[in-house]
Design a protein around this ligand. Structure first.
Ligand code: AMP
Ligand code: ZN
Length: 113
């Protein structure tokens, strides 16, 4: 998807702070962090959001959650963390390439805004 911001990151056309990567996923620092630790995990393949990913390839969606949890472990978020998939306009999604937010390093509040 040539007009997709996160596809540009996958293609290496936008510099980001990559912290972890394998054949299927990239993890990088969010440009506008909402917590002391705020990382984004994206699949290299383009899907609009979690709904589209899970319907198209549920095994890949499962491996994405595994990748996010491994990243939380690597970052030693032993006191807990939050993983968020904003999905669709009412879900607060602004970039329409599926991404999981990994947030940590502070007490989270609930309900989300
Ligand atoms: P969402 O609102 O759930 O779609 O999340 C999109 C996230 O992408 C936001 O937290 C932005 O701060 C983040 N973001 C946008 N552009 C970049 C970029 N170039 N590098 C890193 N993070 C970005
Ligand atoms: Zn994309």
């Amino acid at each position: 998807m040539s007009d997709c911001l996160f596809c540009k990151i996958v293609a290496g056309e936008l510099p980001v702070d990559i912290i972890s990567e394998n054949q299927e996923f990239i993890a990088f620092s969010d440009i506008d962090p909402k917590a002391p630790i705020h990382k984004l995990v994206i699949p290299k393949q383009h899907f609009e959001n979690l709904s589209e990913l899970a319907k198209a390839d549920s095994a890949l969606a499962g491996r994405m959650s595994e990748f996010l949890v491994q990243l939380a472990d690597e970052l030693s978020l032993t006191e807990g963390y939050r993983i968020v998939f904003n999905t669709g306009v009412f879900g607060g999604q602004t970039v329409f390439h599926v991404h999981g937010h990994l947030l940590g390093g502070r007490q989270m509040s609930w309900p989300a805004g």
